[in-house]
Design a protein. Structure first.
Length: 154
């Protein structure tokens, strides 16, 4: 079951190390993805309309690797983990293996980014979608939360 939730600026959406409860899609607003590393909070990315987060924990069945916090009033579509997994399991086995491998690499890259940012705190945090992606993904598709939620009804 998917549901639509609204978060206010500064409100935590998911917490690092928490168990996975689903995947989140940003329908409106901005979300900061950050991690605690050696006692410091390191921002990994800023996600905007059309971005998805929380998928890694659903795919590799590990706890959350980061915290997601609303930066402004944000509308999120939350897709329950089992619903998301059932859609993944409909993919060919090679695609499932590819996705799992990419998640492992992404977790490793996030850890490396946290280390690098810990050494050089002036590094710019990536924003997703970037300007080129906005034209391809965000502006060309209607991202009404209700329509996104319908995609996951089983």
């Amino acid at each position: 079951m998917s549901q639509i939730k609204t978060y206010q600026p500064g409100e935590t959406i998911i917490c690092q190390k928490a168990e996975c409860d689903g995947v989140y899609i940003v329908a409106k607003g901005m979300v900061s993805i950050s991690t605690q590393f050696e006692g410091r909070q390191i921002e990994l990315a800023t996600l905007g309309r059309g971005s998805m987060f929380g998928e890694m924990a659903v795919i590799d069945l590990k706890n959350r690797s980061a915290t997601a916090t609303a930066l402004q009033e944000t509308e999120i579509v939350q897709v329950e983990a089992d619903e998301f997994q059932s859609n993944l399991h409909s993919l060919p086995l090679w695609a499932q293996l590819l996705i799992q491998m990419l998640v492992r690499r992404l977790r490793a890259a996030d850890e490396q980014l946290a280390r690098i940012q810990g050494l050089n705190p002036v590094l710019q945090v990536p924003i997703f979608p970037n300007d080129q992606e906005k034209d391809m993904i965000v502006e060309s598709k209607d991202l009404a939360a209700e329509e996104i939620a319908k995609e996951f009804v089983t």
